[in-house]
Each structure stands twice: as C-alpha cells, then as structure tokens.
Design a protein around this ligand. Structure first.
Ligand code: C2E
Ligand code: CA
Ligand code: CA
Ligand code: CA
Length: 279
C-alpha cells in the first residue's frame, strides 16, 4: 500500500516535471531567440563618490525586452541562462555593449567614468573569458582601468587556487575586479585578502538596516574599515535613504549605489544626465 502510494506520488511528480521541463525548454528557446534578435538591453545605475557627490562609475544591469511580457527582470532569466550555458554568449554581449557605450561617452568628452559589468560563475570559469575581455577592450579602444568586473565571493571560494590565477590574469590586463554582494556568501574579509581585488560591494541586505539594526551597523562599519586596511575601495549597495547615505559617508565608505542616488536607467537617459552633471 505504501509502495503504491509512493508510485502514485512519483507519477504525479514526473508529470509535473514534464510540464515544467517543457516550459523550461520553451524559455530557453525564447532566450536564444532574444539574443539573436537583440531583445536584451542594459540599464545603467550610477555609483557616486561619497566625498564629493560625483558619479565615478555605472553598473550595467541586463533586462529582457520581451515582445509580450514587457521588460523582464534579470532575476527571472539569469538562472536559466546559467543552466543552459547561454550566459556565455549573453555575457559576451553585455561586455561588448558596455564597452561600446563607454566609447560614445569618451567621444562626447566624459572621461573618468568607470563601467562595471556582472560576471557569473559559468563565465568566470570559462577558459575564454580573458580573450573576450581583451578583445572587447581592443575593439572599443577602452581604457583598461575604466572596466570593472563584478563577481560574487562564492565564485572565488569554489576553487580558490584557480580563481587566484584567473584574477591575476584579469589584473594583468589592467581591468578592475570588485566583489559583489559582500556578506551574503561563504567567505570572510580575512580570506579575501588572498585574492587580488580592487573593490568590495557591501550587499544591500546590510545597508537596508544600518539605521535600525545595531548589529548590521557594526558589520558594515567593520567591513569598511577592514576593507580599507586591505587596500580595497568600498561601495555601499542599495542606498535608498539620505540617512543611509550619511551613515556610509561618515564611515568613510567610498562609493554609494542605490535608488537614493539613481535607479538603473536606459543608455540615452544616463548619457543626458552625465552631460547635464558636467556643466
Ligand atoms: P546585483 O549585481 O547585486 O545588482 C543590484 C540589484 O539591486 C539590481 O537589480 C538593482 O536594480 C537593484 N538595486 C539597485 N539599487 C537598489 C536600491 O536602492 N534598492 C533596492 N531594493 N534594489 C536596488 P536587478 O537589475 O534586478 O539585477 C538583479 C541581479 O541580476 C543583479 O544583482 C545581478 O546579480 C544579476 N544581473 C544583472 N545584470 C546581469 C548581467 O549582465 N550579467 C549577470 N551575470 N548577472 C546580471
Ligand atoms: Ca552587481
Ligand atoms: Ca550586488
Ligand atoms: Ca545581488
């Protein structure tokens, strides 16, 4: 009896899986189509220097302009891209697109604004990442220091020896590396000092409660001071209020990113904003 109940359950589960399997295949086909038909776009969110209010960088964030569903958030399709390895060509497109935009800025005379792009684990471990970065830099004549790759700490912890090699070769190109979502993974600052890194982005989960939670405030303060001792620049993510902004500024955090400074916006709007800020 138990056995037959078990097999019923299995059948139910299996047919459930079939439906979901179909949907996944359809989504994958749609994503492939999206890449070929230029349905992906990048929005850009400013990173502001807390000491003088200047925009020193922007982070490129992907969206899918779906013909029916409208603007789809990366949380809904990045995992699918990663599972299907489509993240490799899409990630290459992101890199190229960001470098292309940077070229238009340089041609308009905006210098010194950095561009950050997110790199997923699959991309980081793809043996061709370095070649792709090198090619994008060359073809868009991008100043190396203006490009920053954002990776999460878990990517480094999977295989620290290999990760160190990859980071060293990225550094040899002159490209910056930032640790994204710091505090949410399985590492510590003490461990991170082994890796050649330039910046650390404190996850928005900590920034969100710095005003109301004494323990989050302490974590953020300690992260900033340790990061500085290790020579890393610190970015506070998810800054939504002036109080959070002021807290980070007083703690000598270097940069802030979040809705309080600006939401992610399309290329044209950002370029207009940069042009206005310059006057
Ligand atoms: P992330 O790299 O941690 O990016 C920050 C996310 O927080 C973005 O969500 C951004 O819109 C959002 N955000 C910024 N400021 C605030 C704020 O003040 N409050 C709140 N609540 N949220 C804020 P988004 O654009 O939906 O991206 C989600 C994630 O998708 C990213 O998290 C990143 O992990 C991934 N992603 C985005 N673009 C790419 C890409 O081109 N390649 C890869 N591999 N992953 C990407
Ligand atoms: Ca990021
Ligand atoms: Ca982040
Ligand atoms: Ca995140």
């Amino acid at each position: 009896r138990a056995k037959s109940a078990g097999s019923n359950q299995y059948r139910f589960y299996a047919s459930d899986m079939n439906i979901r399997g179909h949907e996944l295949l359809k989504m994958e086909a749609d994503l492939r189509y999206a890449l070929e038909h230029e349905q992906f776009i990048l929005h850009y969110q400013p990173q502001v220097d807390l000491s003088n209010g200047r925009i020193v960088g922007v982070e490129g964030l992907i969206r899918w302009q779906h013909p029916v569903r409208g603007l789809v958030s990366p949380a809904d399709f990045i995992p699918l891209l990663e599972n299907s390895s489509l993240i490799i060509p899409v990630g290459e497109w992101v890199l190229r697109e960001a470098c292309r935009l940077h070229r238009t800025w340089r041609e308009s005379g905006f210098d010194g604004v950095r561009l950050s792009v997110n790199v997923s684990a699959v991309q980081f471990n793809d043996g061709e990442l370095l070649d792709k970065v090198r090619r994008a830099l060359q073809e868009e004549e991008m100043p190396q220091q203006a490009l920053e790759l954002e990776i999460t700490e878990n990517i480094l912890m999977q295989d620290p020896v290999k990760a160190t090699e990859i980071l060293q070769s990225i550094h040899a190109l002159g490209v910056r590396v930032a640790i994204d979502d710091f505090g949410t993974g399985y590492s510590s600052l003490a461990y991170l000092k082994r890796f050649p890194l330039d910046a650390l982005k404190i996850d928005q989960a900590f920034v969100r409660d710095i005003i109301n939670s004494a323990s989050d405030a302490v974590i953020v303060e300690a992260s900033i001071s340790l990061a500085h001792k290790l020579g890393l620049e610190v970015v506070g993510e998810g800054v939504e209020t002036v109080e959070q902004f002021e807290f980070l500024r007083l703690q000598k955090c270097n940069l802030a990113q979040g809705y309080h400074l600006g939401r992610p916006i399309p290329e044209l709007q950002l370029s207009q904003w940069l042009a206005k800020k310059r006057q």
